[in-house]
Ligand binder design. Structure first.
Ligand SMILES: [Zn+2]
Length: 168
């Protein structure tokens, strides 16, 4: 079963896995900070399972080019990111049957933080509890979920199957 670990434990694991890269999202893209469970990938965008999540089943849509402000992002690329985030949200609905799904871009500006990369990206987050609120979802204060390698692979495989079905 996926396991809830503390924010401090998660931060120390992240540091062990990849030190403190200048940009965590670029390091993820380059496979420099641990396993990447990709659901979809092309030259411009990576859709994957983030390794530390507030809710099991979370997906991240990552434009590969390093951009830290919306002014830097080509509108066509951002439209494609959102198209894939929509597809990811439909996959999450199909596979995880959550109560709700949040889709949010939380990167940009302000410098690099370990749990909040400046490199623009979009989170697709399933919510299961009736009282889940943005304030608890977008904070690590109550810990983050991690899982064993086989659990990540099983989730990735479920999502890849549903992703393909969405394209039909
Ligand atoms: Zn970057």
């Amino acid at each position: 079963m996926p396991e809830l670990i503390s924010r401090a434990a998660a931060l120390s694991r992240i540091e062990r896995e990849g030190g403190r890269p200048a940009c965590l999202m670029c390091a993820v893209r380059d496979r420099a900070v641990g396993d990447v469970h990709a659901i979809f990938e092309d030259d411009a965008i990576l859709v994957m399972l983030p390794r530390y999540v507030r809710r099991w089943g979370q997906i991240m849509v990552l434009p590969k080019s390093h951009a830290t402000s919306f002014a830097e992002v080509d509108p066509a690329l951002w439209a494609r990111v959102n198209e894939l985030a929509h597809r990811a949200a439909r996959v999450v609905e199909r596979v995880r049957a959550p109560r709700r799904v949040y889709v949010a871009s939380t990167g940009s500006g302000g410098g690099e933080l370990t749990q909040s990369s400046m490199h623009l990206h979009v989170h697709v987050i399933p919510l299961y509890e009736p009282d889940d609120k943005p304030s608890s979802i977008f904070s690590w204060q109550d810990g983050v979920w991690v899982a064993a390698p086989a659990e990540w692979i099983a989730l990735r495989d479920d999502y890849v199957r549903a992703w393909s079905a969405q394209g039909e």
